[in-house]
Design a protein around this ligand. Structure first.
Ligand code: 26W
Length: 797
């Protein structure tokens, strides 16, 4: 399917050499790996650009409705391989580079990861952009061009140390600066009423400058734009007064201040509310995007009433929630529409996606900060609240509360559709945080279960499996993932299953070799690869996983000859720099890993490895090599998960709770091909009401008691025995996330996993069934759902 012709490879070789000479100014004899990577990127970019222009032209000609995806985060990772894969030029590039005596894998890996996101929400946005292009939807992604993406993580003596990420210090070929797309934005100042109209006069200004990156869909049939905003000083030159007064350094201060807005991604995905700079970032990118959207609308249409028919703006969580009041301000204050009509039009345009029910992650801003930065918006929010009260006199919910602005409520009230990201999560939205608003607006909440793009998360990261699938059922699955079910009859064919098994083994061997080379750890590729990779959070319960590893280690030591199933527990993930408990869990895992891996009695059967600096590229390496996917959050807490889908698609079995999209994954792959454990969301709520629930669980499970003791007594930190006492006390005490209460069932499920893994034939059949039945979790399916239920927009290919 992906075989290139000799002519393709020749043309590619010429294009690379052309760009090496004329874009990089190098000859082959003196080119560095970076030069080769840039030359190849330019060659691919040329191909993308033609398609990109064609798509833009078609969108204008059709005067089609456009979808705008507003997101603080786009975790896109590397783009070169993505482009090569979607244009089906990977083989040609490999051949060409090899002929030029370059190592293709090394050239591709030279590209820095664009880590402009924290985790699931940002990666989802990236998958959505790719699917929007694959489906040919006229769409733009809008976000911030952070100079520093998510911090880089290192371990020093097992502890997480953060260093700044500097992706923009290396060149890449993907963005085009748009000098013509610049907007001046204001902060602060005052509001005056002139001729019956409110006029906001800000006292601080900054310019948003656009940088465009093309995002090409499968087979290059369509390409959309990711437009990222960079903050620049409103007055590019120095403050001449200070300069002339001799204050040379002081004269640069306004510039530095303006640029600060797009300097760095906030690395906390829960509790950053209250930071002035964060609100500035939110308003900065939202307002710039809306101005851009309105400029485009005005250039195409002259009837403002058409707005909801031509424009759909999706708010990726509440981070762009200021879009509601800002759009009302544009329509009412600037365009002079009546206030109520402005609200109705804005609502017709806006959709809001909720990604978390964690109370600490629901954004609230202090009135004080809001008033200082956005005085006019605060007035507008009050009027929106009043209008809502008038329309629903019996309402018991408000956007404003004394001293605060609640962004979730604001987003809900200003959107015509509000969606959750898995069936369970959407149900919980209706019964918990948005219960009252759902009562008032019973048709507003809809579910759109997340998905992932199979181009990156199978074709690109697991090429051998992709090839087997294509050889078996043709390549239609790449744009219609549910066709993977056509694999099912083959699973009972021993020869086919042998091929499937050989691919998993080869992926594991490759990962093992990489871990040995990069991290100096030796693992047996025949052992079970048990993987938990995601942000560190108490609700995700990495500490449940390590506690089980500790208990297992103790049990193997007691009885080394009991026929244990060899297992490699692999962890990766970052903790927010200020989240001390999460950072201590990382340190505990690293400390326990040293003790366990060094134990000659047990290390044939159990090893624990925490790989540093988890990012998209590491995920692409780990997921194809996984046997077991750990999805063990406290039920009710993980909105969806998307890693869980990537694992299942790539033939890993899940051990998981009934949380987020795990529920739907289990339904699709079949309960017999999924290791379920733990309490349901309802049982979790009931369990929390029991006094001493952790103590009770510990009293009935000596294994659990012993593992907690080892954490408490310094087994893994002999030089500082008390180091993890607080973790032990947490698990044995308040235990809000119910680690102790779920432990016994988790242990049981893990032993069922061990038993299943010993029957490799049966295990591989189950793994293959996971692949065959995961097609529903394509982000193409998700985007079709949004098109139908939220955006009412069409595809143009
Ligand atoms: C205020 C700072 C902040 C930043 C990010 C608060 C909350 C967030 C996000 C909501 C965190 C996030 O990434 N949520 C994840 O979204 C994924 C995509 O829908 C889901 O699959 C994950 O379950 C959810 O945790």
């Amino acid at each position: 399917m992906l075989k290139s012709t000799p002519a393709d490879a020749r043309a590619m070789r010429e294009a690379i050499l052309h760009h090496l000479t004329y874009s990089m100014g190098k000859d082959a004899a003196h080119a560095t790996r970076q030069d080769w990577r840039m030359a190849l990127s330019h060659a691919v970019r040329d191909q993308i650009t033609d398609r990109w222009f064609a798509s833009t032209r078609k969108s204008y000609e059709a005067k089609a409705k456009r979808v705008y995806y507003l997101s603080m985060e786009f975790l896109i990772g590397r783009l070169l391989e993505d482009g090569l894969v979607n244009l089906r030029m990977l083989d040609a590039a490999n051949e060409a580079l090899t002929a030029l005596e370059q190592d293709p894998a090394a050239v591709i890996a030279d590209e820095p990861d664009a880590a402009l996101g924290n985790g699931g929400l940002g990666r989802l946005a990236a998958c959505f952009l790719e699917s929007l292009s694959t489906l040919g939807v006229p769409a733009l992604g809008y976000g911030i061009r952070y100079e520093h993406g998510l911090f880089e993580q290192k371990f020093e003596y097992g502890r997480q140390v953060e260093t700044p990420e500097t992706w923009l210090q290396q060149p890449h070929a993907w963005e085009f600066e748009r000098a013509e797309a610049k907007y001046r934005l204001g902060f602060g100042g005052s509001v005056a009423v002139r001729d019956g109209r409110s006029v906001w006069t800000p006292d601080e200004a900054v310019v948003a400058a656009a940088y465009d990156t093309p995002v090409v869909g499968w087979q290059g049939r369509w390409a959309n734009t990711l437009r990222l905003w960079s903050a620049k000083p409103a007055n590019e030159s120095f403050d001449l007064d200070s300069f002339n007064a001799g204050d040379y350094i002081g004269a640069t201060a306004p510039e530095a201040q303006a640029r600060t807005i797009s300097r760095v991604l906030y690395p906390d995905d829960t509790t950053e509310a209250g930071k002035v700079l964060r609100l500035k970032q939110e308003y900065f990118f939202t307002a710039a995007s809306l101005h851009d959207i309105m400029r485009r609308f005005d250039s195409e249409h002259d009837d403002i009433a058409l707005l909801p028919k031509k424009v759909a703006v999706q708010l990726n969580d509440t981070h762009p929630a200021i879009a509601g009041p800002e759009l009302v301000r544009i329509l009412h204050d600037e365009k002079g529409l009546p206030f109520d009509q402005a609200i109705d039009l804005a609502r017709g345009v806006l959709g809001y996606t909720n990604h978390t029910l964690l109370p600490e992650a629901l954004e609230r801003w202090s009135e004080d900060i809001f008033h200082r930065l956005l005085p006019r918006h605060l007035q507008i929010i009050d009027r929106i609240d009043d209008a809502h009260a008038k329309a629903h006199p019996d309402r018991k919910v408000t956007i404003r509360e004394p001293g605060t602005v609640k962004m979730g409520e604001l987003s809900f009230v200003m959107a015509h559709r509000v969606n959750g990201v898995s069936a369970l999560h959407t149900g919980l939205m209706k019964t918990t945080v948005f219960k009252e608003l759902d009562r008032l607006h019973p048709d507003r909440i809809v579910n759109q279960t997340n998905g992932v793009t199979p181009r990156r998360w199978m074709l690109s990261c697991n090429p051998s499996l992709a090839e087997l699938i294509t050889a078996t059922i043709g390549d239609g699955w790449l744009s219609d993932l549910e066709r993977l079910t056509e694999l099912e009859p083959n699973i009972s064919d021993p020869e086919w299953l042998r091929s499937f098994t050989a691919i998993k083994r080869a992926n594991k061997a490759e990962l093992a070799a990489w871990m040995a080379a990069e991290h100096g750890v030796q693992v047996d590729p025949a052992a079970m690869f048990d993987v938990q990779i995601k942000r560190l959070h108490e609700y995700k319960r990495q500490h449940l996983n390590i506690l089980e590893a500790i208990a297992l280690w103790q049990e193997i030591r007691d009885n080394p000859d009991a026929g244990w199933t060899p297992r490699i527990k692999i962890f990766a993930g970052k903790a927010a720099p200020g989240y001390f408990f999460a950072k201590d869990i990382i340190r505990l895992i690293n400390d326990a890993s040293r003790v366990i891996n060094d134990d000659p009695v047990t290390n044939k059967y159990l090893k624990v490895i925490f790989l540093p600096n988890y990012n998209v590229s590491l995920a692409e390496r780990l997921i194809p090599a996984a046997d077991l996917s750990e999805q063990i959050s406290t039920a009710g807490k993980e909105a969806s998960g998307t890693g869980n889908m990537k694992f299942a698609l790539n033939g890993a079995l899940t051990i998981g709770t009934l949380d987020g999209a795990n529920v739907e994954i289990r339904e699709h792959v079949g309960p017999e091909n999924f290791f379920l454990f733990g309490m349901t969301a309802e049982e979790v709520e009931a369990r929390r009401r029991i006094d001493g629930h952790a103590a009770q669980a510990i009293a009935t499970d000596p294994r659990l008691a012993r593992a907690i003791d080892a954490v408490r007594n310094g087994t893994f930190s002999p030089t500082e025995p008390g180091r993890y006492a607080h973790i032990a006390n947490n698990i044995a005490g308040a235990d809000y996330f119910l680690v102790s209460s779920d432990f016994t069932d988790y242990w049981r499920a893990q032993r069922a996993v061990d038993a299943a893994f010993r029957d490799q034939d049966q295990w591989m059949r189950m793994a293959a069934l996971n692949t065959a039945r995961s097609g529903w979790f394509s982000s193409d399916r998700t985007i079709r759902g949004y098109l139908r239920d939220v955006w009412e927009a069409e595809t143009l290919v």
